[in-house]
Design a binder for this molecule. Structure first.
Ligand code: F6R
Length: 610
């Protein structure tokens, strides 16, 4: 995820900013840059690659001054490169901007600015902001920023400085995190607390729609919309640096679980045509005709990404009636899959570097198959080698156990399924609009799930000493069970198996005996009665059952020992919600057993060997 640091005071801005950026390295990035007001001009340097590359350049040609902004970029619009690195400036070089997040309507603003004769040096949405500020500047930086921001839709955090008013640093927050550090005769901005912790522990945490104007002697908080001053108590940070990197959470995994509303919102955000409630995927190069011509889809991936693919299979088939086969990459690469010119392959990979997935992609391309990649890392091998790419905007995932990448992958699959349905005409405009509306409500519903975790925590603590347990479900619930089971295995080391509930009686039921925990997912109305029968089967053998049902369900509680409710949504969107308590279950079980949640034994974050 991108990082922002800004400084205004009396000290060496470049040094403070680069040190701050180093504290944000754990978030992942692919380029870095700094802009400083030297007293006479606004100068900047930026470079693709590690911070050390930028540092070497700055060592040779330092930027000296006491006002500046810096950035580490995790590529979104445009590949990792010197040109696309932040800060970005306008044509005259008077405005410098660093930016986290996404400006959804940047293309419309860019076209307007192009028509006025502005020229662009990068592929980023951020550069648009610098030109827009220059275009709108009326002699007052604060009022210009306010008016410019009101034109920008999206989720973002900004740090802005201008050669016209080199006594100010302006920060704006809309959905992406941003804080202001308050010092004595100096003030700071940061996208995260570790960036400034060395200099001050007193911070203002900006809320959505707020801006901060920093001078050397003070900080003013304002509402972007009304321009009114906001009074806020300073927050005194008690965390040490490691705690601060985890945002105050006990582990990166927990932090990433709690980042899911944001990850899903960012992934959906720019891909909806609000006026018509349809999906738009401008990043796809293929035409609707080509898209509509596919008559068979393979989804190929490993582990959690493959589990996202299993959800994708169900929903793409439901929306488009195109047959979808999900394959484990390490299997797919050695078989001789049946492909035709009308076959589409979708590879899913958080890291974009998984060896088996990459090999399967290459194998398919050799056979002339069109490959669409879903990945979280811009510039990754998978993103470079695939014909088409849809990025998940989940931000870097640090914990080995994948959480926010999974939900974001599933969301991209919904978007793609809807888009394919639009191209093929297999769903009506009204049907598409209904799913789109429900999709947009998911971030708020994930937040609701995350606010009520007691039931799951209690159950997790109760299983900490068991040696084996089972997950059961049907249809989409079975697909989610597989992911719940994998998560539990990998971080708690408790053996578990996920079973299609109807399959239990063909053998595995022999393992169900007194007090064996069974986790039953029951969110699909069409399969409800069948699931109840399967739960009764395991209860009759003494199983202790935790059931998951949609809000409003009062029946399940009569059959199981404990129920966890998830917010009501369209049944076929429920995987995005049901998986959250399963991630938490694995997390709490792992903590209860005293394991290192972020670094489970024998596992690596990115499996780049076969
Ligand atoms: C499990 C997990 C792994 C990965 C798998 C594929 O929590 O993270 O199962 O999903 O190794 O990795 P990517 O998605 O990077 O290809």
């Amino acid at each position: 995820m991108c990082g922002i640091v800004g400084y205004i005071g009396e000290k060496n801005a470049q040094q403070i900013i680069v040190e701050g950026l180093r504290k944000l390295e754990y978030r992942g990035y692919d380029s870095a840059g700094v802009a400083v007001w030297t007293g006479t001009e606004l100068l900047l340097d930026k470079a693709e690659g590690r911070l050390a590359v930028l540092e070497e350049r700055l060592r040779q040609k330092p930027l000296s001054g006491s006002l500046g902004i810096g950035h580490t970029r995790w590529a979104t619009h445009g590949k990792p490169s010197d040109e696309n690195a932040h800060p970005h400036t306008d044509q005259s070089g008077a405005f410098a901007v660093v930016h986290n997040g996404i400006i959804e309507n940047y293309l419309a603003i860019k076209e307007e600015l192009l028509a006025k004769g502005y020229t662009f040096k990068s592929e980023t949405d951020t550069e648009v902001i610098a030109h827009l500020l220059a275009d709108m500047y009326d002699g007052d930086l604060v009022s210009t920023v306010k008016r410019a921001v009101q034109r920008m839709r999206g989720a973002y955090a900004l740090g802005i400085m201008s050669a016209h008013e080199p006594d100010k640093l302006v920060a704006v927050r809309l959905a992406s995190p941003l804080i202001v550090g308050v010092g004595s005769g100096e003030n700071f901005i940061g996208s995260d607390i570790p960036a400034i912790l060395e200099h001050t522990r007193d911070v203002y945490i900006l809320n959505e729609g707020e801006m901060a104007v920093l001078t050397r002697s003070g900080v003013e908080l304002l509402s972007v919309e009304s321009g009114e001053r906001i009074e806020r108590e300073l927050f005194h940070v008690e965390w040490d640096l490691v705690q601060a990197e985890k945002g105050g959470y006990d582990s990166f995994m927990l932090k990433e679980i709690f980042e899911q509303p944001q990850a899903v919102r960012d992934t959906i955000g720019p891909r909806i045509d609000e006026a018509n409630k349809r999906v738009v995927l401008p990043e796809l190069k293929m035409s609707d005709e080509e898209l509509a011509s596919f008559d068979r889809i393979y989804i190929v991936a490993c582990g959690t990404s493959m589990h996202a693919g299993l959800v994708g299979k169900e929903l793409i088939e439901k929306l488009t009636r195109v047959p979808v086969e999900v394959a484990i990459a390490s299997e797919f690469r050695y078989r001789d899959p049946i492909v035709t010119p009308r076959t589409l392959m979708i590879v899913i990979s958080q890291s974009g570097e998984t060896a088996d997935t990459l090999a399967a992609l290459r194998e398919a391309k050799q056979k002339g198959v069109k490959v669409l990649a879903i990945t979280n890392v811009v510039g990754s091998s998978v993103s470079r080698e695939a014909d088409e790419v849809l990025f998940t905007w989940a931000g870097p995932e640090v914990a080995v156990a994948s959480t926010k990448a999974y939900t974001s992958q599933v969301v991209v699959l919904y978007l793609f399924g809807l888009y394919l349905a639009q191209a093929k005409g297999t769903q009506t405009t009204e049907q598409i609009a209904e799913v789109v509306e429900q999709l947009q409500q998911l971030p708020a519903k994930i937040t609701a799930v995350l606010q009520d975790t007691d039931g799951v925590r209690r159950f997790a603590e109760s299983i900490k000493d068991v040696t084996s347990l089972f997950f059961i479900g049907r249809g989409l619930d079975y697909a989610v069970s597989l992911e719940g089971s994998l998560k539990l295995k990998e971080i708690s080391y408790i053996h578990s198996e996920a079973y299609a509930a109807g399959e239990l009686k063909h053998g595995t039921l022999a393992l169900i005996e007194e007090d064996v925990p069974v986790i039953a997912l029951v969110t699909q109305p069409d399969l409800y009665d069948k699931m109840i029968s399967n739960i009764v089967e395991v209860k009759a053998r003494g199983a202790r059952v935790l059931g998951f049902a949609q809000e409003g369900d009062t029946e399940l509680a009569k059959t199981v020992d404990q129920v966890v409710h998830i917010p009501a949504t369209l049944p076929f969107l429920s995987p995005v919600l049901t998986v959250i308590p399963l991630q938490l279950l694995a997390y709490y079980a792992s903590v209860a057993r005293g394991n290192d949640v972020d670094k489970p034994r024998n596992l690596a974050k990115s499996v780049t060997v076969e």
